[in-house]
Design a protein around this ligand. Structure first.
Ligand code: TXA
Ligand code: MG
Length: 333
């Protein structure tokens, strides 16, 4: 896609900043990323500091072409390559055995590396013109809600970032699906909007799927320390206001009870709760649209100074698994 002259000059600014070891926030189709030169140990140190992320937590390296796979992974199993061909550029991250040069600062000390080609013209232009891999976690402080527009990045990380590329709101809205090929048979480490069924249609039956709401099980399933998978931590992707997930059939009664006990509430639900005079956002019944607005909605509700954000549980159906996963992790335990 041809970029406007303004975007081209912004990308050039971004590339120059990356080359100087500075941090550049950029749009992807999932969420905004906080980028650093994946081959620059000093830049990575700064990335972890700004993000507030413990050094043992790995970051994804973003590439711009599938040919780069071989220089970042020491082995690319054939099914992994087929997934890359099918879904890249797109909201999929592959965990593969790392190539020898890949810095341990990127991988959190692990022998594997997460790789992805994002589907956004500004991201692709930035990575391509930079020429190397761009290490990028989501552009939010550790454990908080991801940012899906440039103004949210500026609000969260503003002065710590050299350049923020503004590519408008993110299309997908939640983070990529992660498929691990580095610890035996392939498995989904983080569900996203590329669904297990879509993965299986390319590589055959997956051995195990990480069940929704099962973050504590992740460690025993993967055999990895849980802390190495921030998305696997029980409290993650969370607003500052406590969030409670309530199944549809209990919504009316739960809201009534909480209001009665004097709690200030705000609500994201499919139907309006009768009688309640509370800030309400209507949730859409279509998963792609729900995901696209999820973090925007939660950020808005977080600003309402309520005691509690109530979110109606989403359907237990294919299409909703990535959303259900993020809501479960955002919820109070
Ligand atoms: O959609 C996305 O994936 C966004 C955009 C910016 O690309 N990125 C993102 O990054 O969500 P982050 O760092 O917030 O989450 C990446 C997840 C973390 O849970 C991390 O532990 C996991 O990927 N990860 C990265 N490298 C890994 C590895 N080598 N082994 C296991 N998990 C890994
Ligand atoms: Mg994140």
């Amino acid at each position: 896609m041809k970029l406007s002259p303004i975007d081209q000059s912004e990308v050039r600014r971004g590339v120059a900043a990356l080359k100087q070891g500075l941090l550049v926030a950029f749009p992807t189709e999932t969420v905004y990323g906080l980028g650093a030169d994946a081959a620059n140990a000093e830049a990575l140190k700064r990335l972890y500091e700004v993000k507030g992320r413990p050094p043992s937590h790995p970051v994804i390296v973003h590439l711009s072409s599938i040919e780069q796979l071989d220089s970042w992974a020491s082995a690319v199993p054939e099914p992994a390559f087929r997934l890359a061909e099918k879904f890249w550029p797109g909201p999929l991250t592959l965990i593969l055995a790392k190539a020898p040069h890949v810095l341990l600062q990127v991988t959190g000390g692990q022998a594997s590396v997460g790789l992805r080609i994002p589907d956004h013209p500004l991201a692709l232009a930035l990575i391509q013109e930079f020429g190397g891999g761009v290490a990028a976690p989501s552009a939010n402080r550790f454990g908080r809600l991801s940012a899906t527009c440039a103004s949210d990045v500026a609000a969260d990380l503003g002065c710590d970032v050299a350049v923020i590329l503004d590519g408008g709101p993110c299309e997908v809205g939640i983070e990529s699906t992660i498929v691990d090929f580095a610890s035996g048979s392939p498995q989904i480490l983080r569900p996203g909007m590329i669904l297990p069924e879509q993965i299986e249609s390319v590589i055959g039956k997956l051995q195990r799927k990480v069940p929704v709401n099962a973050s504590p099980a992740l460690e025993s399933q993967t055999g990895q320390p849980q802390a190495r998978h921030p998305g696997g931590l029980p409290s993650h992707y969370a607003p500052a206001t406590p969030l409670m997930l309530v199944p549809s059939q209990f919504l009316e009664s739960e809201v009534a009870e909480l209001l009665h006990s004097g709690k200030r509430l705000c609500l994201l639900s499919f139907e309006k709760v009768t009688l309640s005079e509370i800030v309400w956002l209507q949730a859409v019944r279509e998963p792609l649209a729900y995901a696209r607005s999820l973090y925007q909605n939660l950020r808005f509700l977080d600003l309402q100074k309520a005691d509690l954000i109530i979110v109606e549980s989403v359907p237990e159906q294919a299409g909703w698994t990535g959303i259900a996963d993020r809501l479960a992790r955002a919820a109070i335990k």
